[in-house]
Design a protein around this ligand. Structure first.
Ligand code: FAD
Length: 461
């Protein structure tokens, strides 16, 4: 088979690369080794985890009524976890169907099977030998499994195994790794009533967060059944018959819990790809080096998404795929923007764009901070979320917005208002001060925070 472009992997990066190339009128196919399209994003990552979060929030709101009958607790617990997993499965199925339809509509060919390079233009996919002028590698990642840990997919699990829990919501859980995936799941199970312990060798949860927001977030998680064991390393973990698994930390502490969830990073899925036949090499985490056009060291082979390294988000993988396809066919295209919002779908939700107070202080950039608290917003009172807050960091030099940090309901949507204002540059603060926002909304927090910042600037000057 001869193609203009072969894309390896049908996750968000591969999808966008293939569809963009097809829209340019190119002959394109996607190789996918799973029996379903959509990659980690649809099957084990973004979509099921965000659906579980939504289902957990809804279940938590009704739980007190469910568990009143003491003779039915076991059954209720089994039904509760089953409902969560069924909900995730239904959304996964719907998203898979949407992806398949998008490929069909755009005339993107599908090649089921493992793609293995034979040379830098030739790839074997199952029984098919494919020759392609250009190739996009979008094979993504899988959870990193330390070799010393005996994963059994029941007691000691990773984020893939978590989606297979079926007997009940564990009463106790230890999460190893306080990164985004670790804290998202810790907060969901905490809300379901699980006593969760999060272990991490760093001294802060998500250390790249603005310090004040990070502290508030950690406090809210603690209030919600989550205990932190920070500056601690796991020395050993072993299953304990019928009771779960025991972790020994290098401080000598031991933690016994029904379930241990490892969330200690991910590994590029490149071992089986036959990269040696192309001359390409990966780093020790299985990732490929690319330039700002997502070109590898072999000019007609591109790599996008998680296999090309940070930030490791579905949102950026999609855009990288689109950019790579346009570059591959010499079409004009901008680079990935510098301003990329980050969302953490924990409970509570978090989002940020731009710089933190710590960054600005280290770089000696003068700024003021304006804050709005959900407890002072009519929408916060109506919704019952009084813990949230929005922080604007504003330049003292030109009144531009340098950073936006949101904690609480709606954070991952709200952050985009700040992103747009930041992109407008100097005077962003004045736009927010004079703008009229719908009332009552959480978006109104921008105006409240902007007025706070403007008052502080006035006071200083
Ligand atoms: C629990 C969890 C939650 C997440 N939440 C979010 C979130 O809220 N927001 C967000 O933006 N991101 C989130 N992410 C990250 C997001 O899922 C990834 O960034 C995204 O899936 C990466 O897309 P990708 O295109 O690089 O590849 P992937 O989605 O990893 O897909 C790669 C595909 O390539 C296929 N493949 C691999 N090797 C071969 C081969 N040799 N031949 C054929 N096919 C092959 C795989 O089967 C897979 O289908 C989350 C991830 C996890 C694990």
């Amino acid at each position: 088979m001869e193609l203009d472009l072969l894309v390896i992997g049908s996750g968000p990066g591969g999808q966008r690369a293939a569809i963009q190339a097809a829209k340019l009128g190119r002959h394109v196919a996607v190789a996918e080794r799973r029996d379903r399209l959509g990659g980690v994003s649809i099957h084990t990552g973004t979509i099921p985890s965000k659906t579980l979060r939504q289902a957990v929030l809804e279940q938590a709101a009704t739980r007190p009524l469910d568990v009143l009958d003491p003779t039915r607790i076991e059954e209720t617990e089994r039904i509760a976890i089953q409902q969560l997993m069924d909900r995730a499965a239904a959304v996964v199925a719907a998203e898979t169907a949407i992806t398949r339809e998008q490929f069909r509509r755009n005339r993107v060919g599908l090649l089921p099977g493992d793609a293995v390079f034979e040379d830098d233009h030739t790839v074997r996919v199952g029984d098919e030998q494919v020759r392609a002028g250009r190739i996009v590698i979008a094979v993504g990642t899988r959870p990193a499994r330390p070799s010393s840990v005996a994963f059994d997919d029941r007691t000691i699990i990773d984020s893939d195994g978590l989606l297979k829990l079926e007997s009940r919501v564990p009463r106790t859980m230890t999460v190893v790794g306080a990164g985004v995936i670790g804290v998202e799941y810790a907060s969901m199970f905490g809300l379901l009533g699980t006593k969760v312990t999060v272990v991490d060798q760093r001294d802060r949860v998500l250390p790249w967060l603005d310090g004040e927001i990070g502290e508030a977030f950690q406090y809210l998680l603690r209030r919600n059944n989550v205990t932190f064991r920070l500056r601690e390393k796991v020395e050993a973990v072993e299953a304990v018959d019928g009771r779960g698994a025991k972790l020994r930390l290098n401080s000598g502490k031991e933690i016994l819990s029904e379930t241990v969830l490892y969330a200690t990073g991910r590994q590029g899925d490149t071992e089986q790809l036959g990269l040696a036949s192309t001359g390409l090499e990966c780093d020790k985490r299985g990732r490929l080096k690319v330039d700002d056009q997502y070109r590898t060291t072999v000019p007609h082979i591109f790599a996008v998404g998680d296999v090309a390294g940070p930030p490791g988000l579905a949102s950026t993988a999609m855009e990288q795929g689109r950019i790579a396809a346009l570059r591959a066919f010499e079409q004009p295209v901008e680079e990935l923007p510098e301003l990329i919002p980050v969302g953490v779908y924990a409970i509570p939700e978090l989002a940020m764009v731009g710089r933190t107070e710590e960054d600005l202080t280290d770089a000696a950039v003068p700024y003021v901070c304006g804050i709005a608290r959900w407890s002072e917003l009519a929408r916060g009172v109506i919704t019952g979320d009084r813990d949230g807050m929005l922080k604007l960091l504003v330049s003292l030099e030109d009144r531009s917005v340098l950073g936006v940090h949101v904690l609480g309901t709606g954070a991952t949507d709200l952050v985009h208002v700040g992103q747009a204002v930041m992109a407008s540059g100097a005077g962003g603060l004045d736009f927010l001060v004079t703008a009229v926002f719908n009332y009552p909304t959480f978006a109104e927090s921008y105006k409240v925070a902007a007025l706070d910042a403007a008052n502080r600037i006035r006071a200083i000057s």
